[in-house]
Structure formats: structure tokens, C-alpha cells
Design a binder for this molecule. Structure first.
Ligand SMILES: [Zn+2]
Length: 429
């Protein structure tokens, strides 16, 4: 099967200028990028006015399978990814059972192989059952294909335990992805602690709870040499801490979610559970610091933290509703709207933070459209507008904070290993 994507703007991660020309794909691989390609025996796709990017990679997703299929499963989650232009997701270990041993990890990989609309990498747990007490089977998990370790959803409270986990992870050449929120300060809260939470009379999760956790783990990373990756950074002070640590040569990387780049806590003024997540959406000042951190390279990747819940769980009083939202179908449009159409970020930077950087962090082949690379491709119409309706999404979680919001810039085609899995918003695989 041969595909030629004609006349598009080929986007190179990190480069300002795009390359106008054809992209040819055969037998699942890129065979040429730029210039004019031979279209004989090919499916020809006209990409005039469109961007052609290395397939987007989302390194922070909860597919919820096994065990929580009422919220999402591998099939619906990867369909949502394909619809959003995402060609690979890395799924988190907080399933039921927890992905803390090789057998569970292999099972998830097998299910993803047979049911997934896009590629799936699996992140193993740091601790058995995410309890922060005994280490998971870290060596076996690595051997079975774990790309990283994380107890995401939980902060590892015991500093000595975290130190030992980091020593093992470092020995195995893997990073630990850190959900950095000190439980003693944050667990009782439902939103960012600040003017809005005081007004609403809702208990807050202070940014200090995140900053303290980040600071401790930067110190432990310096001590052990282990690569620490700070998940979903939401506080401006944490951005500053990470920036300083990078300058010092500490092995730290970090990510930010599309929703933290898009919203601030004024959106929570109506006790709207769609905006409830952990860490919480913070102030406008924090949001600006996150954008700055992304632009100066302090924050390496944009993720969704796609964390769907059953609709009846989210349709609850504010303080009872669980944290998390579905994000796979809205992350690219949100980034395009908030950062590209405001002139803050270029197409090349989007390709970097949503494709090549996460590929490098996960250690997977991708994020590049040079000949010989897998034909994982996202075609984007930068001018396409879309008014989001939760009822039209592929995810099982129909509550989205973007409900009714018009976004500009959307994936119109997703290709995985040379197969078209999404065309004009319809998932085909
Ligand atoms: Zn998390």
C-alpha cells in the first residue's frame, strides 16, 4: 500500500520553516519527504493548505483497561486518540489490577495490539498496588516492555522509598514519572487554593503542595542521578524550580496538559465538575508561567492526562465528583487555539512538544518523518474551526470542559504505520 500526501506543508520538529512538498509512504514506512513524489499505484491525498506532522504522541493517558471499562477501554480510548490526531499513547498503571507486574503489562500490550486504533506504550507502576510500600517488579516490567514507571494519581510520600525506586529505575535506564502533589496538603482539596476557592467556600489544593513535592524529587534526582519526569506541571513556582534544576544539570524533564495551558480557575466559578482535576487548573498567572515554560524549553511535552470517568460519576455535586477529564480529542485544537493562533508557538514547536519530544522521552521510534521512519502521520488543517460537543466524542466520557467552545485547528487525518485510521474526524480502524 502506497500513499502520497501531496502539496502539504511538511512540519519538522523544532524548525521554524516548513517544507512544501510531497510525503510518500510505502509498506508502513516514510520513503520520501519533500519534493515531488511519484503517484503511480498510490492513494493520493491532497494536503493543500494543510500541515503534515510526524504523528502526535501523548505520553500521559489513562485507558482504564483492565478493570475500569465503565470509564474507558483500550478500544474507545485509542479511537479517541485517532480522532484527535494522536498516533501513540502511553497508558498509566493505575488500572485494576494495577500494572505492577509483567503479566498484567503483557496482557495490556496484547489487548492494545488486537484492539487499539493507534499504538500503545505501557507505563509500569513504581510500587505494588500503588501503595508506596513495596517496589513493583521493576526489572520484569522493563523486560516486558514498560517505557517508564509511575504511580500516577498518587504521590510517593515516603522519601526513602522514592530514593530506592529511583536507584532501581536508574539502573534499568528508565525514568520515573512523578505525580507531584503532597497528599498532606492536597488530598482534602477540590480545586486550586486561591481567590476563587475562597469565594466559593471550597477547600483548595495549594500550589505549595505541588511545589514542595517537585522540590523534594528534584533533590532526590540529584542524589540518585535518576531521570525524573514531572507530570502535569500546573504551578508557576514549579516551572521555576524545574528551570533552575535543568540549569544545574539535574536529569529532569516535565510535561504540561493542554487544559492547563487553556483554562484558568475562573472557569470553576460555577462549581462545574468538568473542570475538576488534579493537579487543579490554577490562576491566570500560573497559566502564563506554564506557557512561558513551554516556550523556553523548561516544559518538554504537552500531554492530555486523558482521565475519563463514567458520566454519572462526573454528573455529581462538585465536592463528590472525581478528578480528571477526557482530553484526547481536544488537546491539539486547544493548543492550536491558545498558542498557535495567538502567535505564541510555531508549527515546528507543536511538532516538537507533541511528537518528537515525547517519542524521545518514551524511547520509541517516532517523532520524525525522515525516510525509514514509521509512517505515523498527522495531517492538520490549521484553519478548521470546531465547536466542541461532548456527545460527538469517541471517548466514553462525554463531559468535556470544552463543551460549546469553538476551537481552531484540528487533525483531519491520522495515519499509523501507513494505514489511514482517521479521515475527516471519522475513525476507520
Ligand atoms: Zn497525575
Amino acid at each position: 500500500m502506497r500513499i502520497v500526501i501531496k502539496n502539504g506543508q511538511i512540519v519538522i520538529p523544532g524548525e521554524k520553516e516548513t517544507v512544501r512538498g510531497d510525503l510518500a509512504v510505502e509498506n508502513g514506512l516514510v520513503i520520501s519527504a519533500g519534493g515531488t513524489a511519484d503517484t503511480e499505484n498510490s492513494e493520493v491525498i491532497d494536503a493543500e493548505g494543510k500541515w503534515v506532522l510526524p504523528g502526535l504522541i501523548d505520553m500521559h493517558v489513562h485507558l482504564r483497561e483492565p478493570g475500569q471499562e465503565a470509564k474507558e477501554d483500550i478500544r474507545t480510548g485509542t479511537m479517541a486518540a485517532a480522532a484527535g490526531g494522536i498516533t501513540r499513547v502511553a497508558t498509566m498503571a493505575n488500572t485494576s489490577p494495577v500494572i505492577d507486574c509483567a503479566a498484567v503489562l503483557r496482557d495490556v500490550l496484547q489487548r492494545a495490539e488486537s484492539e487499539g486504533a493507534v499504538k500503545v506504550s505501557v507505563i509500569g507502576a513504581v510500587s505494588k498496588n500503588l501503595e508506596g510500600k513495596r517496589l513493583s517488579e521493576m526489572g520484569d516490567l522493563a523486560e516486558a516492555g514498560a517505557v517508564a514507571y509511575s504511580d500516577d494519581g498518587h504521590y510517593i510520600e515516603n522519601a526513602d522509598f522514592m530514593r530506592r525506586a529511583m536507584e532501581y529505575a536508574d539502573m534499568l535506564g528508565k525514568m520515573i514519572i512523578d505525580h507531584a502533589e503532597d497528599r498532606t496538603m492536597c488530598a482534602a482539596g477540590h480545586m486550586n487554593e486561591g481567590t476563587v476557592s475562597y469565594e466559593l467556600g471550597v477547600t483548595g489544593r495549594p500550589a505549595a503542595g505541588e511545589d514542595i513535592a517537585v522540590a523534594r524529587d528534584l533533590i532526590l534526582s540529584e542524589l540518585t542521578g535518576c531521570h525524573i519526569h514531572i507530570a502535569h506541571v500546573s504551578s508557576g513556582k514549579s516551572v521555576a524550580l524545574i528551570r533552575q534544576a535543568k540549569k544545574k544539570g539535574i536529569h529532569v524533564t516535565a510535561e504540561v496538559t493542554a487544559q492547563h495551558l487553556f483554562f484558568n480557575d475562573s472557569y470553576l466559578k460555577n462549581y462545574d465538575t468538568r473542570f475538576k482535576m488534579a493537579p487543579p487548573i490554577r490562576t491566570e498567572e500560573d497559566r502564563q508561567a506554564l506557557i512561558q515554560g513551554l516556550l523556553d524549553g523548561t516544559l518538554d511535552a504537552v500531554v492530555t492526562d486523558h482521565a475519563p470517568h463514567a458520566n454519572e460519576e462526573k454528573d455529581a455535586p462538585f465536592c463528590c465528583a472525581p478528578n480528571g477529564m477526557a482530553g484526547l480529542e481536544t488537546s491539539l485544537p486547544a493548543v492550536m487555539t491558545a498558542l498557535y493562533h495567538t502567535g505564541k508557538i510555531s508549527a515546528g514547536q507543536i511538532a516538537q512538544v507533541m511528537s518528537s519530544a515525547p517519542a524521545a522521552l518514551l524511547g520509541v521510534r517516532g517523532g520524525c518523518l525522515k525516510p525509514g521512519y514509521p509512517a505515523d502521520i498527522t495531517v492538520i488543517d490549521p484553519e478548521r474551526t470546531w465547536t466542541v460537543r461532548g456527545s460527538g466524542l469517541y471517548t466514553k466520557s462525554l463531559f468535556t470542559p470544552f463543551e460549546g467552545i469553538t476551537l481552531k485547528g484540528r487533525a483531519v487525518m491520522t495515519i499509523v504505520d501507513g494505514r489511514i485510521v482517521m479521515r475527516e474526524g471519522k475513525v476507520l480502524a
